[in-house]
Ligand binder design. Sequence first.
Ligand code: TRP
Length: 430
Amino acid sequence: MGAPLRFLTGITTTGTPHLGNYVGAIRPAVQASRRPGTENFYFLADYHALIKCDEPARIQRSTLEIAACWLAAGLDPEQVFFYRQSDIPEVTELTWLLTCVTGKGVLNRAHAYKAQVDKNTAAGVDVDAEVTMGLFMYPVLMAADILMFKAHRIPVGRDQVQHIEMARDMAQSFNHLYGEHLVLPEAQIDESVALLPGLDGRKMSKSYDNVIGLFSPRDQVRKQIFSIVTDSRAPGEPKDTEGSALFQIYQAFASAEETQKLREAYAAGIAWSDAKQLLFERIDREIAPMREKHEHLVNHPQELERILQAGAAKARGRATPFIRELRQAVGLRNLADVPGGTKKDKARASLPAFKQYREADGLFYFKFVDAQGRLLLQSAGFASPKEAGQFIAGLKASQALPQDGKAAPAAGVSSEQVHAALKELADSGN
Ligand code: TRP
């Protein structure tokens, strides 16, 4: 068994979730959280919400609403890490450490910032009008969210891929300067998740005003479903499933068998009102039990608060020791600490070392670094930790690099330097 693969998802706490969010994000994430051999982090990105919203009551209300939605949808806070970003002070601390290794030019290229600059340019106003440093720094805060918990994979939409790449770059810069501390994350785009059409057939989205609320009152959901746009075919006339928003929404909730039944009903000329009633009942069957739980949580905020506090304590169990390690790495240290500590630690700390880890591709890798943490050798992926370990044992024994492409010296490192470091390690008896 290898180390668990860690997945991390940030949930922006603005707005009220709709069925499109449920089918496209919440439901698949809740299912994914149950995979064995994984650790799953879900957090309410309330610091990020501050960038877009300056109404305190709305910030509080959205956080409550959205936390209740995720728990009602089946997320088990015992099984995952479920916390509020602003409860983890280590995240803001890491944001600063990353800020110091991030080029301003990199952030100049971030899509959200650039879009505002382009808009300002087109309007002939100052390029930075309406640009807060919050907007500009958005990618750094997001990188801190990810790197804080050593997440391997970040399930996101295409619009977020640039942010994950920036997080990777920041991790690389940090590691280059201070040694291998941060894990490089990878975006994971799930193409199989269906985009749910809205009432008018376009993608369901708040900005199109075509949504069906996830936990709106039942009669309101029914009314919304009855307002889905259909064609003018009369009862008895066969209907097309192709391009039918009603059919697609049904499919997102129904089993293959149920979907086939509706397909046959379409061919047999089901009345639109009957099809809408079927859709309403099918959705309600899935949502009704969750609606009760949602209502309970929204009406008992102290219960939700307790869950989030427990989640924060669990998450800080990881964050607190890690930020201590990172502070140490950059030199924010107790002045009385002699570098290296005990004589034995000191001897070990001044030696080159192998570092094994697992990447987001599921393979096992190692790095060989010198005493200062600089990369000497980078391996390719191995199928198991055992194979990686055997390869390392071979390197230690031969003190030379086999020409099989399984490991290569880092840029600017010669094979003599690798050999010297291997020899130094062997001579020390490690
Ligand atoms: N920016 C993400 C969004 O708008 C939310 C988010 C914040 C996030 N921090 C994150 C997502 C870290 C993944 C990982 O959807």
